[in-house]
Design a protein. Structure first.
Length: 275
């Protein structure tokens, strides 16, 4: 969490397209002595199964939050601030205001006035270090790894079982030579991943995921995300991947495993009906 005294600098920084860009700009400004970093005052509240955190932010300060793991209630108690989300969308918040923060949310908050916020979380932990681990993480890649474990729990699978299924050579095939929009590279999320070999527009076809009963490298290596940039869609011959948002060359392609599993079951049923 960073604090600065320059309205002009804050206005420039909040034009960043992504929170990561904003945080990089803030870190550089701190290193150059343009900005100062402080920890804003906090108050902590505990009740059975609940944890509350009240934060006090001085006017002219900006707070870059971590990535929230779970849904919780957020209350703006005092002041006026501009909130920038991970996609660069900006919202003016004038207290009092109450809203629900969704999992996977990361924000930057610029305080025009002295601002007070309260967040209320479902949490059984009592030690602050344990609370921090339970509620937030440092990056979207870390969040996706956390959510991936929840996916395994949903389907009653262990990581070893999931890996065994994923690596089964009898269910895989080489990528057709005519499909050149992706490459397989090491991923910051987990193991190897699928990356765009060229710019891909929204709703454009990325490539085949499954041809009849066999998975291509896209089906084998696409990693999970709570905020995926592609989805798997049924075809007459299996599954194809389509972009949900513009994907720049070199960007990792991700899918929600819940959606991917549902699409895979539908594709398998279609293949069975054709027999």
């Amino acid at each position: 969490m960073e604090n600065v005294g320059s309205d002009k600098l804050m206005n420039n920084i909040t034009q960043a397209d992504k929170i990561t860009d904003l945080k990089e700009g803030m870190a550089q400004a701190i290193a150059e002595g343009i900005m100062t970093q402080v920890d804003p005052p906090l108050e902590h509240f505990y009740a059975p199964g609940l944890y509350g955190r009240r934060i006090f932010v001085q006017a002219g300060s900006i707070i870059a939050t971590k990535v929230h793991k779970s849904e919780h209630i957020t209350v703006a108690l005092k002041g006026h601030c501009t909130v920038v989300d991970g996609a660069g969308n900006k919202t003016e918040v004038i207290a009092p205001m109450v809203f629900v923060t969704r999992p996977g949310t990361q924000r930057a908050v610029y305080a025009h006035d002295d601002v007070e916020w309260l967040t209320v979380h479902a949490c059984e932990e009592k030690e602050l270090e344990d609370i921090e681990k339970a509620l937030v993480c440092d990056s979207f890649e870390e969040l996706d790894q956390y959510d991936y474990k929840k996916v395994l729990t949903t389907y009653n699978m262990t990581e070893a079982q999931a890996r065994e299924m994923s690596e089964n050579p009898r269910s895989q095939m080489m990528m057709p030579v005519t499909e050149q929009r992706t490459v397989i590279q090491p991923s910051a999320r987990q193991g190897m991943g699928v990356f765009a070999a060229e710019n891909i527009g929204v709703e454009e076809r990325i490539g085949p995921v499954m041809i009849q009963y066999l998975r291509t490298p896209i089906g084998r290596y696409t990693n999970h995300s709570m905020h995926p940039n592609c989805e798997f869609r049924l075809t007459d011959n299996g599954l194809d991947a389509y972009a949900l948002s513009p994907i720049k060359k070199g960007t990792e392609i991700t899918v929600c495993y819940h959606q991917a599993r549902t699409a895979g079951i539908e594709a398998s049923r279609l293949m069975e009906n054709k027999l």
